[in-house]
Design a protein around this ligand. Structure first.
Ligand code: GMT
Length: 374
């Protein structure tokens, strides 16, 4: 198949999923055309089946807000027409689904029928999309898509509850490449961070308010009083500075390191003992899955789709949002040498359920079905 993939090219989870999906489909022999405004972060190599079409937005003194959506729709029309694309798959509803609708209508006037699949990722529904600013357009463009998928059952339910949806939404969960995300031997790295054999706790996110990073620090603070441990904070975002200040006032700053954005996050995960995901909303929790694949147990909240991923008592523990006391108690239990091995194994076994080789065929089947029905 020739598949056009539209996504955000940045570090965000939806862009990562879209890029990894394109890469995996290309390996299977499909021709993949990424359409976005800059080179997707994880698309930094050559493959004969991968193409990248850049959307450039012309500015003009009249435009306070350059119309990206129009430039994107025009680019979709151009790529579908000239590359003979079979299907368009857009990730994150805003504004990709409505731009795809417009492209589809334009292509129709040229006698070209292009099926459109929209994958909902989370904040496009749970935060941004629900707002009256975008809700009518989101509802319309979901209903006009030829196929719609959500990355968890919870996100599917949430979408049906809050939007007037007249079509089916299939659940295709996110996935992981276990060839890349696996425990690597990085003992020298562990020694450098934990010279006294402390336990290593890690958090990765985009440091937005929705991640409740202050809870990560609170949990760490409780744990380190019982078990000698260190905390690594990976990623960057609007809350990072405030969180660094909070660490200074709450903990021994030598015990916490902020690493910023990391390309090879699996190297850090390889030496970690516990991953904390304290979000108040999380449709899936890809970062937690990456940790599990590297044999790192997870303490997460029960927000959104997290309980569908993290199995309470097996791959880690699931707690109420904000209940840092219980999170810390579970963390101390996991980090006990008598329990750690069992939880590491549980985390890896759970990750295997989301191996790309299990999930990719679900997307391929969905493409074929959607093309047949369009
Ligand atoms: O987590 C974020 O804030 C980024 C966001 C995105 O849209 O890129 O992630 C969402 O999509 C990911 C990939 O499907 C999911 O793993 C994340 O759980 C989801 N984030 C939220 O729902 C907050």
């Amino acid at each position: 198949m020739k598949i056009g993939i539209v996504c955000y090219p940045t570090y965000g989870g939806s862009g990562v999923v879209a890029t990894e999906l394109g890469k995996a489909l290309a390996k299977e022999g499909h021709e993949i055309h990424f359409i976005t405004y800059s080179q997707p972060t994880r698309l930094d190599f050559f493959s004969e089946n991968l193409y990248y079409h850049e959307v450039s937005v012309k500015s003009y003194p009249l435009f306070d807000y350059p119309p990206y959506e129009l430039a994107l729709a025009s680019k979709m029309v151009d790529v579908v027409e000239h590359e003979k694309i079979d299907i368009l798959h857009v990730h994150y509803a805003i504004p990709h689904a409505s731009a795809a609708y417009m492209a589809k209508q334009i292509l129709k006037t040229k006698g070209i029928v292009i099926p459109v699949i929209t994958t909902l990722h989370g904040t496009d529904i749970t935060l941004v999309g629900k707002d009256a600013t975008y809700e009518p357009v989101v509802t319309f463009s979901i209903n006009q898509s030829d196929g719609v998928t959500a990355v968890s059952e919870d996100l599917r339910k949430d979408t049906l509850e809050h939007f007037d949806i007249t079509r089916e939404i299939a659940v295709i969960p996110n996935f992981i490449d276990l060839e890349r995300f696996k425990k690597q031997k990085k003992d020298h790295f562990k020694k450098a961070i934990c010279p006294l054999d402390e336990k290593l706790i890690v958090h990765t996110s985009n440091f937005r308010k929705v991640k409740r990073v202050q809870d990560v620090i609170d949990v760490f603070n409780r744990v380190r009083k019982v078990i000698p441990s260190k905390l690594l904070m990976v990623g960057d975002g609007p809350e990072r500075h405030t969180m660094e200040e909070l660490c200074r006032s709450m903990c021994n700053i030598d015990d916490v390191r902020f690493l910023g954005k990391l390309e090879a996050v699996e190297e850090v995960l390889s030496v970690s003992d516990l991953f904390l995901m304290t979000s108040e909303k999380e449709s899936f929790g890809l970062a937690a899955l990456e940790a599990m694949a590297c044999q790192v147990p997870v303490i997460s909240t029960n927000a959104g789709g997290l309980p569908e991923l993290n199995l309470h008592g097996t791959s880690g523990f699931v707690c109420e949002v904000g209940d840092t006391k219980t999170m810390a108690e579970h963390a101390i239990h996991i980090l006990d040498d008598a329990n750690l091995g069992k939880f590491k194994e549980g985390a890896l076994n759970r990750a295997k359920d989301f191996d790309v080789t299990n999930i990719l065929p679900l997307y391929e089947r969905f493409y074929v079905q959607t093309m047949e029905n369009t």
